[in-house]
Structure formats: structure tokens, C-alpha cells
Design a protein around this ligand. Structure first.
Ligand code: HMH
Length: 206
């Protein structure tokens, strides 16, 4: 199996992860009051946990993938600082509690390092690829959100996602982890959809 095939095989789930009224609100500037701020605070928690995941995956990664994790760790470190700066500018408190959808996603990230490496890597690729597509779907974005849209639509981020896909394809080549990779892909798609949903304040119980 190739990682990229999962998108076509699960197109409905993928649409749910990458097209959402939240993203339409970002594009046309019609987000309800507080939605973007809620998303920002919750996503900072996500990025922090994702950084932990990359650090846990690095030591067990094949030598040729280690550089990818190292650059991912550096990028997420920078991203965390960026989130904190954005929050500071908006006077947001970063000590908020995680919402249900965030909790579910954090739990998923914590468990991912115990999965077979090819499946974990496929899930990581799906997480990043979903973000790339979601923000591209919000492009160019209303002026107050444009900086964010651009942040996740850069060629550098796209190149990182492409490198993750190549690494996932190499890891999947034995075929041994295909089933697990497929299941984790679907979980990622659902968690991403729920994350947008949470930001809009709908179904906040998750
Ligand atoms: C919910 N998915 C979510 N947040 C992110 N920052 C990314 C993916 C990309 O790192």
C-alpha cells in the first residue's frame, strides 16, 4: 500500500477532515465570535503533544528517517513559540483546559509511539497532510486570519509533508502494517474533523 492511496480510499472521511465550516469562516471572515481564539489555544496544546510524539519516535526510527524527525522537531519547536506569541498578542490565556476533542487527540498522539513504525509514520503524515489541505482550502483567508493560512500553505511545509509521505511509503513497503495504517488514518481523519467542530463550539462535548 502507498500512504497516498488512503486519501482516495477514504474520500468521505478525508473531506470531513479538510473541508469544514470553520475553514470557510476563516476564508470569508465569518467565523463566530471566539471560535478562532478557542482553536488557537487548543491547537497549541496539540502542537506541544505532537512535539513529544516526534521525540519519542526519533530513537526508534530507521537511520535514514532520523533527519526528517529532527527537522520536524525543530519546526514544531518554532511553531510552539509562534503560537505563544500569537496568544500573547491576543491576550489569550494558554492555561485553558483541553476540550473533549482535544483530549481525544492528545490521547491518540500519546499512544501512537507504541504502534508499528510504518503505521505511526502513516498517521503522522496524515495529520500533517490534513492540515496542509485544510488550510489551503481556506486560502487566501480573510485578512485577520491570512497569516495563519499562509503559515500552513508554505512550500516548506508542503515539502515536509511530501518527505513524510515518501518515508511512510518506504516503511509500508513490506505490507505488514497496512491494516493498522489504514485504521489509524481513519482515526486521524475523524479526530481532525472533531477538532474543527470543537473550535466552532458545536458538539462541544465531543
Ligand atoms: C489539529 N492537526 C491539528 N493541529 C495541528 N497543528 C496539526 C494537525 C499540524 O501540526
Amino acid at each position: 500500500m502507498k500512504a497516498g492511496d488512503l486519501i482516495g480510499n477514504h474520500s468521505r472521511a478525508w473531506e470531513g477532515a479538510t473541508r469544514h465550516p470553520f475553514l470557510e469562516g476563516v476564508r470569508d471572515g465569518t467565523l463566530p465570535e471566539g471560535a478562532f481564539e478557542r482553536w488557537l489555544v487548543q491547537d497549541r496544546m496539540f502542537v506541544e503533544e505532537e512535539l513529544g510524539l516526534l521525540r519519542r519516535l526519533l530513537p526508534g526510527a530507521p537511520r535514514r528517517d532520523q533527519n526528517l524527525f529532527e527537522s520536524g522537531i525543530a519546526a514544531l519547536e518554532e511553531e510552539l513559540g509562534w503560537f505563544e506569541e500569537q496568544a500573547r498578542r491576543r491576550n489569550l490565556t494558554l492555561s485553558a483546559r483541553p476540550e473533549r476533542a482535544t483530549e481525544s487527540y492528545l490521547r491518540f498522539l500519546r499512544a501512537l509511539a507504541d504502534e508499528p513504525y510504518p503505521a505511526a509514520l502513516t498517521a503522522l503524515w496524515a495529520i500533517e497532510r490534513a492540515y496542509l489541505e485544510a488550510w489551503r482550502n481556506a486560502s487566501p483567508g480573510a485578512c485577520e486570519y491570512r497569516e495563519f493560512v499562509e503559515h500552513w500553505s508554505t512550500p516548506e511545509f508542503a515539502a515536509f509533508v511530501a518527505s513524510l509521505e515518501e518515508a511512510a511509503d518506504r516503511a509500508l513497503a513490506t505490507g505488514e502494517a497496512d491494516e493498522r495504517a489504514d485504521a489509524l488514518f481513519l482515526e486521524v481523519a475523524d479526530l481532525e474533523r472533531r477538532f474543527w467542530e470543537m473550535a466552532l463550539g458545536e458538539g462541544r462535548s465531543g
